[in-house]
Design a protein around this ligand. Structure first.
Ligand code: KG4
Ligand code: ZN
Length: 349
């Protein structure tokens, strides 16, 4: 079974072909980073136009890379139907609907978050139920994944997403967009974490509180205050501030995920050595991986983190989510399926 996947909900135009047995035949991602760098963030209108400009060629290229001569060789078409920047989502959805209509193929309007949530099963044998940390530019959620279409949110952010906190910190330090990788790289240059914490003290919001929710806006504000107080920050100061920022995030993740691990065993008392998985762009971060490794080791979970290119936005995860839906016996969507800017995981069937 071969499925074409299309993703255009943010600033990556992506097209992939994935098989029902986890083979990735093509996986193309065209990043618009340069178009948005000028503005320090994603501009929805710019994104939609860029998707429109590139999606046809990228689809042709993905089909060729997958060794397919025509769309009739596909078994299904999958596309992100939300949540996301609606102009971009519409571009992808129209492309998918056109292909499906002309070639009489079933079409699946996939929830972008479900794509992230099921990605670990594309790369490893991860049985249900498992515990998921989804951390991206738009979302920070801790989810119990019970089955395809059955997701229970254990915690979410009360304000900013974790990726957003990285991006805003980077912007304050003049690192440009996307900020996550730049902040991680700068932090790696700091040799003395203890001194960094003293020079640039930062809060670790929510640590010690019950539950699994996040809050990152206070951390962002504290970073801004440091930047305002230090008129001239050299590279070493920036490295120290980034290291201190990451240390706060590490403490938050460790605390929140420890609570989530306990909650998970409460929900699934018979779970034996279940999987703890990470997804979303921030899962590419080594500090995050370290925090999760500690939680997994202390709570008898097996840690699975997909390779970085499958953690950030891609279309293989969208095609794979459709493969999972097909295997679970879920029906395709009609050609009249709607696209939506907001679509919580828990609303899925
Ligand atoms: O999942 P994703 O590609 O797009 C969204 O759906 O948001 O996530 C992008 C986010 C950005 O905020 C980016 O700064 C962050 O993931 N990110 C990172 C790293 N790589 C990407 N954050 C921290 N460390 C990284 N290495
Ligand atoms: Zn995403």
């Amino acid at each position: 079974m071969k499925i074409l996947g299309i993703e255009s909900s943010c600033d990556e135009t992506a097209v992939a072909v994935v098989t029902g047995d986890r083979e990735i035949l093509a996986d193309l991602v065209l990043s618009q980073t340069d178009s948005h760098a000028l503005y320090g963030g994603v501009v929805p209108e710019v994104a939609a136009r860029a998707h429109m400009q590139h999606i046809t060629q990228l689809t042709r290229k993905a089909m060729a890379e997958a060794g397919l001569k025509g769309f009739q060789e596909l078994d299904a078409v999958a596309v992100t139907a939300g949540p996301g920047l609606i102009g971009g989502v519409m571009v992808g959805a129209m492309m998918a609907k056109a292909i499906a209509a002309v070639h009489d193929l079933p079409v699946y309007g996939i929830n972008h978050l479900e794509g992230h949530a099921l990605t670990p099963r594309l790369v490893a044998d991860v049985p249900f139920p498992y515990l998921l940390l989804l951390a991206s530019g738009g979302h920070s959620q801790i989810v119990a994944v019970k089955a395809v279409g059955a997701y229970q949110c254990l915690g979410t952010t009360q304000d900013d997403a974790l990726g957003e906190a990285f991006d805003k910190t980077a912007k304050l330090l003049g690192f440009g967009y996307p900020g996550g990788p730049a902040v991680e790289k700068a932090a790696a240059a700091c040799a003395d974490l203890e001194k960094a914490r003293q020079d640039f003290p930062l809060p670790a919001p929510m640590v010690g509180r019950p539950g699994c929710d996040f809050s990152f806006s206070g951390l962002k504000t504290a970073v801004r205050r440091h930047v305002e107080e230090h008129a001239q920050m050299d590279a070493a100061d920036k490295a120290a501030l980034c290291a201190s920022f990451q240390e706060s995030v590490r403490q938050v993740l460790y605390d929140r995920m420890t609570n989530a691990a306990r909650r998970f065993y409460g929900l699934f008392p018979e779970a034996k050595n279940p999987h703890l998985v990470a997804a979303g762009g921030v899962a590419a971060n080594q500090m995050l991986r370290g925090a999760l490794a500690a939680v997994a080791a202390e709570n008898r979970f097996q840690l699975t983190v997909p390779p970085a290119r499958l953690c950030t936005d891609n279309a293989a995860m969208i095609a794979w989510a459709a493969a999972e839906r097909i295997a679970a016996g879920k029906p395709p969507d009609g050609l009249d399926f709607r696209v939506v800017p907001r679509w919580p995981l828990e609303a899925l069937l």
